[in-house]
Design a protein around this ligand. Structure first.
Ligand code: GN1
Ligand code: MG
Length: 371
């Protein structure tokens, strides 16, 4: 047995999983948590797979509060899905409790671990392959927001304060530039200038919120394409995953974040930024999918701001990657030198591409909404 398998078997034994441990492998995805896929053989000889995850405590300072949110939200969603479909067929996210009945366990080397069912027959995509996937993913995130729309925002805790507070993210970047602990700022002058030129748009959503023109809802807050499980055979979106950042927020950031990631033909860390592009057909598919499930609760102002939100979140994520690059890559996991800078550059290229097409994007949104 490999060392990883041994460690996973040890963690797995702390959860209420039936059967005999077969193997554990690391799943290399996400920039934050450490994730493993564990296989068990049950009494009938059938194989069953589970996701075991250690919560990153540097990012989530209170993992127990994260777990409480996830428990509340999955329960709320699963109850409704069950009423409608009667049969889950393993297609919703379920937490497997620890042997003591709690929703998570302590790892042998410390840390908080949790266990989910693995959604079989599905996979995730880092780069969208066709408009059908884009449409499906958008439908799924809209449906997620809809399913939790009757859960009072006060029942869900804030796990990372100011997570989508773009002005605060910008202020943190300015601070990183001022301190410049690794003397990297002089190498990124173009990126800094690009961001500073866009200072006037940074506070737009926060100002609307503070003026009461936008409301906070329970939102997902990390709507990357690879946070949706897509059926390998039908390309249908089956389930939204990565619920760590579910908390009160603006629906617009969820929509924008999906455009940011799921309209580009290349990955978030592509080195050749000339390949980054906000592709209009993907945008249109996402608008259609999202409006189908979210139109019921969106306000006219939210609908009008959909294209803008895509630009703003791309800028926000670019700011975060650049800040982390300047601070020495302490937040996002990196796999090569300058990884966060490469990621920042794709985000800024996305901002530019959206700016070039914003009018057409808005025209499409208005047209779709009036149909
Ligand atoms: C992180 O964990 P992952 O890779 O889904 C980050 C998001 C960023 C994203 C950028 C908790 O998401 O906010 O948009 O990277 N999650 C957290 O790829 O910071
Ligand atoms: Mg995440």
């Amino acid at each position: 047995m490999t060392q990883v398998s041994k460690d996973i078997s040890e963690i797995g034994s702390r959860f209420a999983i039936d059967g005999e441990f077969v193997e554990g492998v690391e799943v290399e995805s996400g920039h934050i948590n450490t994730t493993y896929l564990a296989t068990y053989r049950d009494g009938d000889g059938e194989l069953a797979r589970y996701i075991l995850q250690r919560i990153n405590e540097k990012v989530f300072s209170n993992p127990l509060v994260v777990m409480k949110n996830i428990e509340r939200v999955t329960r709320h969603i699963n109850r409704k899905v069950f009423q409608k479909k009667r049969d889950f067929g393993g297609q919703t996210l379920n937490l497997y409790p620890g042997r003591d009945g709690k929703n998570c366990v302590q790892g042998p080397q410390g840390g908080i671990w949790r266990c989910y069912n693995y959604i079989e027959g599905c996979r995730t995509y880092d780069v969208v392959e066709n408009t059908r996937q884009a449409y499906q993913a958008a439908r799924a995130f809209g449906a997620f927001q809809d399913l939790v729309s009757d859960l009072p925002a006060s029942q869900v805790a804030v796990t990372i304060p100011g997570f989508h507070d773009t002005p605060a993210r910008f202020a943190k970047l300015l601070e990183a530039i001022r301190h410049d602990p690794l003397e990297r700022a002089s190498e990124v002058e173009n990126e800094i200038a690009f961001i500073k030129e866009r200072e006037p748009i940074i506070g737009v959503l926060r100002d609307h919120l503070e003026a009461g023109r936008l409301v906070e809802r329970v939102t997902h807050n990390d709507t990357k394409l690879n946070n949706v499980m897509i059926d390998e055979q039908t390309d249908e979106a089956v389930c939204v995953i990565d619920l760590d950042t579910v908390m009160p927020g603006l629906a617009l950031y969820d929509f924008g974040d999906l455009i940011r990631g799921a309209t580009s033909p290349v990955a978030e860390d592509e080195k050749d930024v000339s390949k980054v592009e906000m592709r209009l057909p993907m945008f249109e598919a996402i608008v259609e999918g999202y409006l189908e499930t979210a139109r019921r609760f969106l306000t006219p102002l939210e609908i009008e701001l959909l294209p803008f939100s895509a630009k703003l979140i791309s800028l926000e994520v670019g700011i975060r990657f650049l800040t982390d690059h300047l601070e020495g890559d302490r937040y996002f996991k990196i796999h090569r030198e300058g990884h966060n800078l490469d990621r920042c550059r794709t985000q800024l290229a996305m901002v530019k591409s959206i700016e070039d097409q914003e009018d057409r994007m808005l025209e499409f949104v208005r047209k779709s909404n009036s149909q």
